[in-house]
Design a protein around this ligand. Sequence first.
Ligand code: SF4
Length: 342
Amino acid sequence: MVKPFLPQLVYVEPGALAYPLGQELLHKFEQLNIEIRQTTSHNQIRNLPGETEFQRYRIAKSTLVLGVRKTLKFDTSKPSAEYALPLVTGCMGHCHYCYLQTTMGSKPYIRTYVNLEEILDAAQQYMLERAPEVTRFEASCTSDIVGVDHLTHTLKKTIEYFGRSEYGKLRFVTKFAHVDHLLDANHQGRTRFRFSINADYIIKNFEPGTSSLTDRIEAAVKVANAGYPLGFIIAPIYLHEGWQEGYTSMMKKLSELLPDSAKRGLTFEMIQHRFTKPAKRVIQQNYPMTKLELEESKRKWKWGRYGIGKYVYTDIEQEEIKDTLGHLIHTYFPESTIEYFT
Ligand code: SF4
């Protein structure tokens, strides 16, 4: 089992110590004898140890920055929610196709915000603007927040905040099984807890440093027993030799391990593998031995956000994916909902 994350190095931004959580975390890491450095700003973190970019990238992935979120304007987060809730950036995982490699390229370290109350106050303003309509917030747009939350409990406090809210709902997704501290959070059913799942071949080859499929499903069972609305994101759906069998075993395993009570009200989201030209360059630099198929000529080009085109599967392949996975979901989980395929 992948061990819960513990940073090798901690940076503290000066403003962070003005917040009780900043103080608390500093104290915790001092007790754990982890090296702590002060920084004037996270943008100044240039002197990470390591001889090469490759080494520095790996050290950055085990570095935690205690920071303050200054911008309280939230990004939108379609199709899964109205807004992205900024709590953490960066991740300790090493998924070859991780979207953070391009979106957070120059800042691969993990930065957790200690001014949680200010962030939640800003969320409240967004909720009031749309009330009485419900506003959904996605907490995992810039990180895998569950992977670090056993240290910070920021997510736990946020879950309880949304439990008390009238117009807000929270959702997030994880590839980590370290959920125990979240099981007694007073969520009031207002948080949808999702796990990212994939065929074994894909997790083994492309998702180093994250929990195994079995561990994720076992964590999902605990989450369901704690009464959370539960969901699964199958992402990225990746065509490889034997992919139909791979996804069939994944669904079968999920169906066998989940209790019947957890199967009602389940949601599924399906996201096909895609890449951009800049992402391909970064992946090949950070994971030079990757087996990931990144051949543009085998894909369909699609207009993407910010004017950067992305490469997705061809129309025929997309239909095959939708048919195969849609059929599996309906067979094993007839009472679930497929939210979208993209
Ligand atoms: Fe990226 Fe998610 Fe993997 Fe972390 S777990 S490296 S956020 S894909």
